[in-house]
Unconditional design. Structure first.
Length: 138
């Protein structure tokens, strides 16, 4: 059994991707209700969560939103669920649900396949500041 915080949604992200790190920083900044916690896909906990929900880590190049005991989402569905939970103006992003998931994921996969080329890659996973450390799970 995984020991995860209660009543928090877990965002699993590519910890060496500059685009992914920027996206996490964006969510942190706009998460006024403190709904999310963050885990790098490459971390031991990230691998344990993926195993727990039945996703092979070798097949994932996506953000994953995991709601312990409830559901998980990945690719464009994860992004839309995150926008929905941020509320306010970001909730409007859910209008993209009218686009079929397969089509949304084609675009998502295209960006994911090119993210290192376009945005760069780090040698190590994101290391949060002391102020943000509590939001990142290890």
């Amino acid at each position: 059994m995984l020991d995860l915080p209660k009543n928090k949604s877990i965002i699993l992200f590519d910890g060496v991707c500059n685009l992914c790190e920027s996206s996490v920083q964006f969510v942190i900044k706009h998460d006024k209700e403190d709904r999310f916690r963050y885990v790098a896909l490459q971390s031991d906990l990230g691998k344990k969560i993926l195993d727990h929900i039945g996703i092979n880590p070798k097949n994932i190049d996506s953000i994953v939103l995991y709601e312990p005991g409830v559901a998980y989402y990945y690719k464009s569905n994860a992004a839309l669920q995150i926008a929905k939970r941020l509320g306010g103006f970001f909730h409007l992003g859910t209008v993209f649900r009218i686009i079929p998931t397969g089509l949304r994921n084609l675009l998502y996969d295209y960006v994911a396949a090119n993210r290192y080329k376009w945005y760069g890659k780090k040698d190590n996973c994101l290391i949060p500041t002391a102020e943000l450390k509590a939001k990142f799970l290890e």
